[in-house]
Write a protein that binds this ligand. Structure first.
Ligand code: G3P
Length: 217
């Protein structure tokens, strides 16, 4: 399972990248606003920092406008995945960009039929928002299972990128279903490392080791 960081904070991305476990980055207009950075500037920096796909979202709502923005974004670097919303214009744009060999992440997916449409449009990634479905009392993970089944039925190459991930439990459930990618805020990714028994084990091993008076190097 690939791990993407859902953030536009350079320091957080740099720290995660140094773990060797970061496969890509996703941004959206809200995350750019939160970073306080210039969009094109920060995306350019991220695309240099991380080798894997970096999602950058268009904001136009019509196909021509989306294409104009996408043309600017895809010029930034080869690892840019243009993010488009799951609308008829978004999918038309997806089809065109995918045909040109540009990676496309179709975002704001809330139903399996929407995911089916995105796959038919040649999306590289489909982003179902599990947390936002949970927020309105609909089980987000059921959507991931449904998409997995549909994509496997037809051998679609579109990768399921689980988004709106809010906790390590979301990551675990997505991995059990066989989602291809998950994107999460850096804090959630760091939480995955933690277990109180790991910390307690290190403390007791260290205490016993010190009592031996030995050194390894
Ligand atoms: O990148 C889109 C998605 O991950 C947003 O998450 O927590 O704002 O629903 P959230």
């Amino acid at each position: 399972m690939k791990f993407f960081a859902d953030t536009a904070e350079i320091a957080d991305i740099r720290e995660l990248a140094s773990s060797g476990l970061l496969d890509g980055v996703t941004t959206n207009p809200s995350l750019v606003k939160k970073s306080g950075r210039d969009f094109l500037e920060v995306v350019t920096e991220i695309a240099k920092l991380v080798k894997g796909p970096v999602s950058a979202e268009v904001v136009a709502l019509d196909h021509d406008g989306m294409m104009k923005e996408a043309n600017r974004l895809r010029k930034i670097a080869d690892n840019i995945a243009v993010k488009v919303p799951l609308t008829p214009d978004g999918l038309k744009t997806c089809k065109k960009l995918s045909g040109d060999g540009t990676m496309v992440n179709v975002t704001l997916c809330f139903s399996a039929n929407q995911a089916l449409l995105a796959a038919k449009a040649g999306a590289s990634f489909i982003s179902p928002f599990v947390g936002r479905l949970d927020d309105i009392g609909q089980p987000g993970m059921e959507l991931i299972s449904d998409i997995r089944m549909i994509y496997d039925n037809y051998d679609f190459a579109t990768e399921i990128l689980v988004a709106s991930v809010r906790s390590p439990i979301h990551v675990l459930e997505a991995a059990k279903i066989g989602a291809d990618v998950m994107t999460a805020p850096p804090a959630v990714i760091w939480q995955l490392f933690k277990h109180p028994l790991t910390d307690a084990g290190i403390a007791s091993f260290l205490k016993d080791w010190q009592a031996t008076g030995q050194k390894i190097a």
